[in-house]
Design a binder for this molecule. Structure first.
Ligand code: MG
Length: 375
């Protein structure tokens, strides 16, 4: 995006607070375009393809993975950023990187790892995303990590305890000072929730765990479903569902854009510094926020707690906890690079190793360690 298209409350295209390690400016790219490119070329980004969103990768080829989820978040966030004249490249970089720290097997993997790490500082995927880009990617001769701009790193760190904030230095400061991040970071965060609510409806229906008739009572989606049925009474169920989801996403996107635009106009920030001092300005209207919450609750009740999803989640927890325990009892089971890291902090080294695993790699490790005949 060219500089003149940006609003004065956006993060300027080439005015970053800098990188942790000094580097020459990139040729032909803005600093945030360079960040986005580094993220796309990272190993952690490629692993997202084989990490669960709700359904484990081998359960079907059409379900969302962490990778397609991240791409959908980036797509939604980019189009809203463009309407609000925000920095599209920064929004995209944050959206593509926001889940890099996710464990295998979605939230059940994270819960299990957090439990295993309880005595050693815990595990939180959001903090882990920052660890991945700051330390764990080993691709550059000059430094560990991807050496991303402050604004990208700050956007990835959505939430954080005060204790962790104090240890994190510059990116943690805003939590201590009670300041907001850029509007680009706020947008990537809201777009995350918007994307997963809607694609989980899609995946839930595709899997047969959610029922289209039952869902006609759901706010927004149900209303669109009924109007699609009225307008196109003869189309088949999958098409009716897709059309209703498309319209649902659109209503949330329009509401988020209009309400955020209204809040920005009302608060009239004229710089990023002013944005930081104001309350969050990227928001749904109260009415749509309520509907968004209701959809989330519905998904919790009927999809995430469905016994078939729970069975997989339970199995996933067992794989993660057992791997942690085995490595903790004998760090000699870790591959050499991780053994080296374990010399300074064994629990964190194990946690980093497990968090980096894809679903199938974790299952392979489990078979290799626990089964006598791994075939
Ligand atoms: Mg996400």
């Amino acid at each position: 995006m060219s500089i003149e298209c940006l609003a004065d409350y956006a993060v300027p295209a080439d005015a970053t607070w800098g990188r942790q390690h000094e580097e020459k400016r990139a040729f032909g790219r803005t600093e945030f375009q360079r960040d986005r490119d580094r993220i796309i070329h990272s190993t952690a980004f490629r692993r997202l393809e084989y990490k669960t969103q709700v359904f484990v990768n081998h359960e079907g080829d059409h379900f969302r993975t962490r990778l397609t989820h991240s791409l959908e978040v980036a797509q939604i966030a980019r189009s809203i950023a463009s309407s609000l004249k925000l920095n599209v490249d920064l929004v995209e970089a944050i959206a593509l990187a926001h889940d890099l720290g996710h464990t295998p097997f979605g939230h059940s993997g994270q819960d299990a790892l957090n439990e295993s790490m309880e005595e050693y500082g815990g595990f939180e995927h959001n903090l882990q995303s920052l660890r991945v880009i700051d330390h764990l990617e080993l691709r550059y001769a000059q430094f560990d990590g991807l050496n991303l701009c402050f604004e990208t790193r700050e956007g990835i760190l959505k939430h954080c305890s005060l204790k962790n904030a104090a240890e994190l230095g510059d990116v943690g400061r805003r939590f201590i000072e009670n300041r907001r991040p850029s509007l680009e970071a706020q947008l990537a965060n809201v777009a995350d929730g918007l994307a997963y609510n809607n694609h989980d409806i899609d995946d839930g229906l595709r899997s047969g765990l959610l029922d289209l008739v039952h869902m006609s009572e759901l706010p927004v989606f149900g209303e669109h479903l009924r109007s699609v049925s009225r307008e196109y009474p003869h189309i088949d169920e999958p098409r009716r569902a897709s059309e209703a989801i498309r319209r649902t996403v659109n209503s949330f996107v329009i509401d988020l854009t209009e309400e955020s635009d209204r809040l920005i106009r009302e608060a009239r920030p004229t710089s990023l510094d002013e944005v930081r001092k104001l309350p969050e300005l990227i928001s749904f209207s109260d009415e749509m926020e309520q509907k968004h919450r209701e959809v989330k609750q519905y998904l919790h009740q009927y999809l995430y707690r469905h016994y078939k999803v729970q069975r997989m989640a339970d199995k996933a927890k067992r794989v993660v906890s057992s791997l942690f325990k085995a490595f903790k009892e004998d760090v000699g089971l870790l591959p050499p690079r991780h053994q080296l890291q374990a010399k300074t902090d064994a629990p964190r080294a194990i946690s980093d190793y497990i968090a980096g695993m894809t679903d199938r790699y974790a299952m392979k490790e489990y078979r290799q360690i626990f089964l006598v005949d791994p075939l």
